[in-house]
Design a protein around this ligand. Structure first.
Ligand SMILES: *Cc1c(COP(=O)(O)O)cnc(C)c1O
Length: 478
């Protein structure tokens, strides 16, 4: 049978009621987060229900909604929950959720052309340009996340080094080399791979005890490469490393980049938005000297996934990295195919969603002050946790606390095994969910305090739980 009305509801009254129920269920969920476990293992029966054949026949919306409520919502990743401190993840906001609904309703395609959603993205980028002290003419683009933003940064730097010929011929024998510290995120290595430059061309420079790049070692590496006939082209600074939150000396890096003629890119995935907190501004000195800056709204900015951003100082260079002619992308002076800014000229995507709207709503409704205050609060919580770890005889701090990430461990024989067990036990108990990392070869419990809902109760639960599970794991082995 041919559907009579395409895919719109045949009974809008009933659809509307169902839609309101769905919205209410989410509000209930968000209002009662603390009463639920942060995470729970997925029962095999639930997993099994999601291994079926493609559904050919229609089924009621209410049924799909019930499946979601029963099988998906209770087994989500936990990052909304105040006890979540596992990875560098934001918690989202109810405002962001509603904005996602509006964006979904519009189903806008932000590749280009002349429509208001594009102006919303432009405004968000303009706000960021001002916030980060980039010049008026600087350019930017919303992307999925910092992985993509760092990739775009590497491509822009490659464009600067190779020019137009690079787009046609690739590196063509040029031995381009890039520099970042050993604490850089893995996506930087991947960006070098994807850019066709190869991960061997990324020199990973040693860090000092505070996890910041060793400036002298960097200088020597660049000069050594130059003597050996390579072409240093890119320096990547960290504004908040993923493991410990360390911030490189960005001012010193900017100076080196200038002297050595390197493109200066900063991975500020979460740390860059620290500029919203007056207390952190000093640590981030030099951020405004970057040639390109990658950061995320979906981490400390609390915008729902996914929402990352790249800013590029030189708009022309940014456009030259990506823009291409194609008949179907023809620009007109009037009509829908007009518009003087087409995002598809500034990144790899043509079809693009309206992720600007949830970012715009979050900033409009909360201002920059409220997320800034949440950032300050999460750093204060980290310092409080640092004090508690220092005061607990069995716990040991493994890295200095710069921002909001605390790495520590239960100190004992066989500590790697015991600390792995502690983290899994904590996650399964469902009260708090830290993660594991490794600091100087030691397995560490990592509490990354990004969630705007986390408070002192969650720190109590973490310290209490880590101590109790550690005692038990040690006894278990004895
Ligand atoms: C999270 C993170 C990334 C990757 O960002 P995504 O948004 O997950 O793609 C890169 N660098 C650092 C320092 C990060 O914390």
């Amino acid at each position: 049978m041919v559907a009579e009305r395409g895919l719109d509801p045949s009974d809008w009254r009933e659809f509307r009621d169902q839609g309101h129920r769905m919205l209410d269920d989410l509000f209930d969920h968000l209002q009662t987060l603390r009463e639920q476990p942060v995470w729970r293992p997925i029962p095999p029966s639930v997993r099994q229900r999601f291994r079926g054949p493609p559904p050919t026949a229609p089924s009621p919306l209410a049924e799909a909604h019930s499946s979601f409520m029963r099988d998906v919502l209770p087994y989500a990743g936990g990052n909304l929950h105040p006890g979540f401190m596992g990875w560098v993840q934001g918690a989202g906001t109810p405002v962001g959720m509603l904005a996602e609904m509006l964006a979904g309703g519009l189903n806008a395609n932000l590749g280009g052309r002349d429509h208001m959603p594009i102006e919303v993205e432009r405004e968000v980028i303009g706000w960021m340009r001002q916030l980060f002290g980039f010049p008026e003419g600087a350019s930017g683009l919303l992307v999925t996340g910092a992985s993509m933003a760092n990739f775009v940064g590497v491509l822009v730097a490659r464009q600067r080094a190779l020019g137009e010929a690079g787009r046609r011929q690739g590196a063509n024998g040029a031995r381009l080399t890039a520099y970042a510290s050993t604490a850089a995120h893995g996506c930087v290595t991947r960006a070098m791979e994807m850019a066709g430059l190869g991960s061997d061309a990324l020199r990973q420079i040693a860090v000092s005890a505070d996890q910041r790049i060793d400036i002298e070692a960097l200088r020597q590496a660049v000069q050594g490469d130059r003597r050996a006939g390579a072409q240093p082209f890119l320096l990547i600074g960290n504004a908040g490393t993923v493991d410990t939150g360390a911030i490189d000396d960005l001012d010193a890096l900017a100076d080196i980049a200038k002297t050595e003629g390197l493109h200066f890119h900063i991975d500020g995935a979460f740390g860059a938005l620290g500029v919203l907190a007056p207390e952190l501004k000093l640590l981030l000195r030099g951020l405004d000297r970057a040639d390109s800056l990658a950061f995320d709204f979906h981490k400390w900015g609390q915008v729902p996934y996914d929402a990352g951003c790249i800013l590029v100082r030189d708009e022309t260079l940014h456009r030259e990295t990506f823009a291409a002619d194609a008949a179907y992308l023809q620009r007109e002076r009037r009509g829908l195919a007009a518009g003087d800014w087409w995002p598809c000229d500034y990144g790899p995507d043509l079809s693009r969603g309206f992720r600007a709207l949830k970012t715009w709503f979050t900033l409009k409704v909360h201002g920059t002050d409220a997320p800034g205050a949440a950032i300050v609060r999460s750093c204060a919580l980290a310092r409080a946790l640092e004090r508690r770890v220092a005061a607990a005889p069995v716990l040991e701090l493994l890295a200095p606390v710069t921002l909001n990430i605390v790495c520590f461990r239960y100190a004992c024989d066989d500590a790697d095994r015991v600390n792995r067990a502690i983290v899994a036990d904590l996650q399964e108990a469902g009260e708090v969910a830290p993660s594991l990392t490794s600091i100087d070869g030691k397995v560490a419990i990592r509490a990354a305090l990004f969630n705007h809902r986390t408070d002192e109760r969650d720190l109590d639960a973490l310290v209490r739980g880590a101590t109790a599970f550690g005692d038990a794991a040690r006894r278990g082995a004895a």
